[in-house]
Design a protein around this ligand. Sequence first.
Ligand code: PEP
Ligand code: MG
Length: 587
Amino acid sequence: MEPPAASETVIQGIAASRGIAYGQVFLYLQSELEIPRYTVDPDKRAAEVARFEQALVVTRQQITQIQAQVTKNLGEEEALIFDAHQMVLEDQALIGETIRDFQKTGLNIETCFNAVAQRYIQAFAEIDDEYLRERAADIKDVAKRVLHALLGQSAQTLMALVDQRVIVAADISPSEAAGIDRSAALAIVTDAGSRTSHAVIVARSMKIPAVVGADRLTTLVRNGDWVIVDGYDGVVIVNPTEQTLFRYGKIQQDKQSFETRLMSVNELPAETLDGVAVTLRANIEKPDEVALVKQYRAAGIGLYRTEFLFLSSEKTPTEEEQYAAYREIVAGLAPAPVTIRTLDVGGDKPFPGDPHLIGPEANPFLGFRAIRMCLEYPDLFKCQLRAILRASAHGTVELMYPMISGVEELDRANAVLEEAKAELRARGQAFDPKLRVGTMIEIPSAALAGDLLAEKSDFFSIGTNDLIQYLLAIDRGNNRIAHLYDPSHPAVLRVLRLIVETGHARQRKVSVCGEMAGDSFYVPLLLGLGVDELSMTPTLLPSVKFLVRAMKMSDARKLAEEALRQTDPRRTTALIEAFYNERVKMG
Ligand code: PEP
Ligand code: MG
């Protein structure tokens, strides 16, 4: 390990969410615990048992504290899970067995407790009963806390983060990111990750500045160090000098006045200088973001990532719970359209409700993800489809399937949808009979089979995050190769054009809902290629609208034509940059 940085150190990472923050570090380390193994002298055994009991008391207090914090931040229902955690701590079988093992072997209490806990976790995990299987996750969580207490380490959680701090972590999972208290986190910096990792998308929607790919920052800083996080340029400055602070104060002011300038178009129509109206919609992860969708005047929702409802709860949400969440969004925005995407877990989004449904995989992004998983578990899928259909009675819903690779999958998904409709009819429950059903184009095979898919889809929505990842074979979460993730690559441009052409040949609307749509740099290119609609994180809408209002569609078309003729992506980037800079000047 390297010594902590004493003087100013500048780390270059990847800019992931705009904004500048200055604050103290909260180091969030999720490393695996190392458990020592030794024999306890016979005369110290009573003290060892007392040490165990003390650790249980400390853990109980910790959980009570976190429970209060979560109740305050997220509400009582979210905090209920901690009741189950307290019950684990009171489980006489677990505790009794640990003490018996200890008396029999004389091995230190951490070793005995860990062995017993692992046996329980394994046993519960294999039971064919959903409720009991969930207990495995509870025991795992609590066991980790008890072991931390025994080893004299504090088990940190992002939930327990109370002060205004900059979170520095090796990586953050999407569900951890979703649990961050927006008012407590000044910024997020991770060693790993890329611009399109899901945790970053969540940070962007919460308007928290973020830098990812800040290689080994976690080994350079300590809790309490002061850092500047520059989410515009992807820079982290540890222990900045007075001069740097002064310089950043000035930069922050300039950026703020730039943001104010962008916001000046918020109430104005998204229309180009030559009079072409552009539809700008919002991407959301949670129902409470409807307020942001309205604040930034989006023309509805182009992507609702429903999986976050599943990620933020320990249990798979029931049909009623899903229906309530979907209806809240749909009714809240009616008559504006809401595109609800069916469950897209797997990849970098595990399935906490039932981790065994997916299980460990060598290549999760190429694995059992999204529609592939849903088609294997039709009951789970149909339950979601019924909830979406029921919500469609309260406004304008469009439904779309993620990760479709070809027509056969689309047919199977639509067959389940028909079954869901029939079940609702039998129950006498209302839904919109004219519900439009679209396909996400985010796998190269879907792009190449676009003509076949267009026959059976009401619209296309291009998921550029995955499409580029699969087209260029770049893991979207891997910072070592993040620089190779290039939307200007000729192959990307050609595929985008192909998708637009095949969609339009059958009069299908083609939208883009990947991160490229919210990057004003690439917006003229997408529009020039013929994309009909853009959907993005709500907070990015003003910057995109600003550019739309500053450009002519005829110029964007010329830009796209010229970009398609380029052989070197660097030249394409330069063209796009020049187009952008001529129309949007900083300052
Ligand atoms: C995409 O892949 O571009 C997309 C919008 O879906 P997600 O980022 O949720 O995978
Ligand atoms: Mg995707």
